[in-house]
Structure formats: C-alpha cells, structure tokens
Ligand binder design. Structure first.
Ligand SMILES: Nc1ncnc2c1ncn2[C@@H]1O[C@H](COP(=O)(O)OP(=O)(O)OP(=O)(O)O)[C@@H](O)[C@H]1O
Ligand SMILES: [Mg+2]
Length: 472
C-alpha cells in the first residue's frame, strides 16, 4: 500500500512544468505553480512533501536571486520540507550556494529524465527517513521520560500529584482500570525522582507461582531448589538505588505477601536458600486494577501489607472520564503507528472522531492504541476513514461494511494483482479476528476453516505479522 506523496513544482516555464509532471505523475501527486504567489497558495492549501524550485522566476526571470530568496523563506517557514532546485547546467556555483542555503539537491536544465527521477526519489526518501528518525527518537525519549499526554483537568491533577510525590521516598499505590497508564505513571514517578538515573524495574506479581516470584524478587543461592543451578540475584538487589514496581500486586500469593511484609518492615532479606542478610535500597511502587480494599476484607490480601504499601495513593482515570484528551492521544498514537507501518497518515475523518468520542473505551488508552493500529493497517489513503469494529456497547461498524468500503476504495488505491489478493486476505484475517475477540481458533471457525482452523490461522497470522490470542 503506497501513500500518495505530493510534489510542488515551482517554475514559470509551462513546458518545464509539463515535462516534470509527465515524468513524476505516476509516482507522485504533482502540483504546479508558475509564480511565487501561486506557490505560497499551493503550500498553504496542501500538504506538500517536496518542493521543486526553479531559481529563475518572475518578476525577474533572469535573476536567480529571486529563487534563492524564496528558498531561504521556505527553509525558515517549513524547515522539514525538502527543496530541490533547478539550475542551468553550467551554474555549478549557484547549486553549491543553494545547497548551503538548505536545498537538499539540484538538477540541471535541460532535464535528464533519469537524473530528475533519481534526485526526486532520493530527496523524498530522505524526508521520510528523517521523519521516521524523529519519531523514533521521540518514542525513545518518551520511554525514558515516560511522557503522560493529556491536558484535561484530571490529567493535570495527576501530573501535579506525580510532581509532588515523585521526589519523596514514599511507597505509592497506583490504582486504575486496565490500560489507563498505571505503568506509565510508575515510570514518571521514577523519572521525576532523584533515582532517575538508576534502574527502573517492573515485575508482574500475578504471572508466577509463589516460589518463582519469591526467587525473582529476592534471588536464590545455588541448590536452593531443584533447577537452581547457580546463584541468581533478585530484583530487590538488582534494582538497588532505583525503583521497583510491583505490578498487579493483588495477584501476589499470600506466602510471598508475608515475606514482602517482613522485608519492608526490616529493610533486610536473604536470598532463597541463603544465609547472608542483604539490605536493599529500593523505592517501592505497587499497582493494581483490582479493588485491594475488597480483597483485604475477604482475606485474600493481607491487611498489614496493605497499610504498608498504601502510603500515597495515585489513581489513573478511565479514558471515558477524560474524553477531552481523546483527540490529542489519538493524534499522537496515529503518528507513531503510521510510522511503524511505514504509512504517512494525516488524521481522522470527522466521522471517525465522532465515533471514537461516542465509544466508552473499556480498555482505555491501550484499547485506543490497538484500535488505531488496526485502522492504520487497514487504511488505504492518508486519512483514517474507517475504524475497525469497536467491541463495547456502541458497536459502530459491521465487518461487512468494512469489506465493502475496502472494495470501493480499491480502484483508486493503486493496489493491483497479487498484492490485491494478499491485501484482501490480510483484511479478511483482521476482520475475522476483530469479530471474534482476537482469538485464533474462533476466528478460524468463523471463516469456515473447519478442523484445522487454528493451524491455518496461525499460518496466516505469521504470514502477515498479526498479533492474536491462542485461546479465550
Ligand atoms: N496519558 C497517557 N499518555 C500517553 N500514553 C498513555 C497514557 N495513558 C496510557 N498510555 C499508553 O497506554 C498504554 C497502556 O498503558 P499502561 O501499560 O501504563 O497501562 P496499565 O494501567 O498498566 O494497564 P494494565 O492494567 O492492563 O497493565 C501504554 O502504551 C501507555 O503508554
Ligand atoms: Mg500495567
């Protein structure tokens, strides 16, 4: 699936414009401007990925300074849009100067079609590469700095609370529904603490047996249990100086709760099967989506441990309670997912935004991320016009509609032959998963695969790199 990229050709010579258009039109959308005023108008009315600029322009077609001045203006106003200049073949010095002033490349008149094509393709590629790098860097920075997006009252309050609590050594209990950003909050608490340059480690307490979890947390000596072939340091030791997040603390087995409580009370522990006493200096954060108070009242969670970890409480709001942030979150996620898929997608249609705003988002920001990722994979143009069916009470699109819309877009999409078959297969796969809770076997049966539904689905998911669950 290719995204339409747009080239603006600024040249007063109509024949030149026509030649360039003929040369580039199969690959790019080509806009034309015969003078600088028209160029400005085209730039403000369109998303332009690259400008081809003739230097000799009216009102003084013999004076390349007009074009040079415009180049400077372009570089100042939109520094990220690459500019390729057209010079005469004997005007090497001019080309060198244009480069110094920010032109990415140049080609000469009369046009050599291969040279022009090469130059434009290379410039376009470098622009794309640059965007990708910026986004990767931003994603990396935000992982380190763990950026919390949102400007709603709820988010601002949350950010203030974090700023207040982060510098203290207090244990924090982070509450919130699934996908609301509890782990992100934990990272933020770490990043804004004096421990920011020390390790941050998150461990899921609900995913392991008691023995395994205990050895993960506190480590073990060689021979502590069958399979303990060498000494292993636990996270309390490895995170020393830093921050340890006990994720899903409600799922911690009672025996481990007892040991954790002792460790918190004494500040000391020993490795499984070990004698020596170890002190560790970790800042402890805990998170839960379950109602801990309820679990305390039924005896499933120790009350003494609860009071220990419940020093400061931070609650992540469900997305439906800060819908003001939806558009901002969606826009940011769209850029990330688009780049990850190699698609440059500009935004959402009004209808899609409205659809997102009406939905209740039981899976919160994570669900929003998943929905947008799917929409990006399914999209053919540079705007998201269709959302995959949403799971909750406001189901908006039946998959049949989706397929039909896909078919309608096909003639303009540039997808042909084998690619169309593969693309279709992939859409169908995604739709089947979508309608069947993302579970392979169920989706396979829905597609009528019969006995070997699961195998066939596994094959297809591998083929298209689609994530799905093995079982319900
Ligand atoms: N306010 C926010 N700004 C930016 N990204 C967010 C925000 N809230 C959540 N996210 C993103 O949503 C996804 C889910 O967040 P996270 O893993 O922190 O949720 P969680 O509450 O720990 O969920 P679970 O209970 O299922 O483990 C992450 O990719 C996270 O970056
Ligand atoms: Mg989490």
């Amino acid at each position: 699936m290719k995204i339409q990229r747009t080239v603006l050709v600024v040249d007063d010579n109509e024949i030149n414009r026509l030649n360039l258009k003929l040369l580039l039109k199969d690959q790019y959308q080509v806009l034309e401007a015969g003078d600088l005023e028209k160029a400005d108008a085209a730039l403000s009315a369109n998303r332009v990925d690259l400008v081809v600029l003739d230097l000799a322009l009216p009102p003084e077609p013999d004076n390349p300074e007009i074009g040079m001045a415009y180049l400077l203006k372009l570089k100042k106003e939109s520094p990220d849009t690459p500019v390729v200049v057209i010079t005469g073949h004997d005007e090497h010095a001019l080309a060198v100067r244009a480069r110094k002033d920010g032109a990415l490349d140049f080609f000469g008149k009369p046009f050599d079609p291969d040279e022009v094509q090469d130059t434009i393709d290379r410039a376009m590629e470098s622009r794309w590469q640059q965007l990708r790098e910026q986004e990767l860097k931003r994603a990396l920075d935000s992982r380190m700095g763990s950026e919390l997006l949102g400007e709603s009252a709820a988010m601002n309050e949350l950010k203030e609370l974090i700023a207040q609590v982060a510098p203290t050594p207090s244990t924090v209990l982070i509450k919130g529904e699934t996908g609301t950003g509890k782990e992100l909050i934990a990272r933020r608490l770490h990043a804004e603490s004096p421990r920011a340059n020390e390790p941050f480690i998150a461990i899921n307490c609900a995913a392991m047996s008691a023995e395994h979890l205990e050895s993960e947390l506190f480590g073990h000596e060689k021979g502590a249990f069958a399979g303990a072939t060498k000494r292993k340091l636990g996270w309390f030791e490895r995170a020393s100086g830093g921050t340890l997040l006990l994720d899903e603390i409600a799922g911690m087995p009672l025996s481990v709760q007892a040991k954790l409580l002792r460790v918190l009370e004494s500040g000391e522990f020993s490795r499984l099967g070990g004698e020596s006493v170890i002190c560790s200096d970790v800042r402890l954060l805990c998170s839960t989506k379950a109602d801990l108070e309820q679990l305390v009242s039924t005896g499933e969670f120790r009350d003494d441990l609860y009071y220990r970890i419940h020093v400061v409480e931070v609650t992540a709001s469900p997305l439906r309670e800060h819908m003001e942030d939806l558009e901002l979150l969606a826009a940011r996620i769209l850029v990330q997912k688009g780049l990850a898929c190699g698609k440059q997608i500009e935004g959402f249609s009004d209808q899609v935004i409205e659809q997102m705003q009406r939905y209740s988002w039981p899976g919160n920001v994570r669900e929003l991320e998943n929905v947008i990722e799917r929409a990006v994979v399914l999209s053919l143009g540079n705007t998201i016009e269709i959302l995959p069916s949403l799971a909750g009470p406001h189901v908006a699109h039946e998959s049949g509609d989706l397929l039909q819309q896909w078919f309608q877009q096909l003639p303009d999409s540039g997808i042909k032959g084998e690619n169309a078959v593969a693309d279709f297969e992939k859409q169908l796969l995604l739709i089947a998963l979508d309608r069947n809770g993302n579970i392979k076997a169920r989706a396979g049966r829905w597609l009528g695969f019969g006995d070997r539904a699961k195998d066939k689905m596994r094959y297809l998911c591998d083929k298209y790199g689609v994530d799905s669950q093995e079982d319900s």
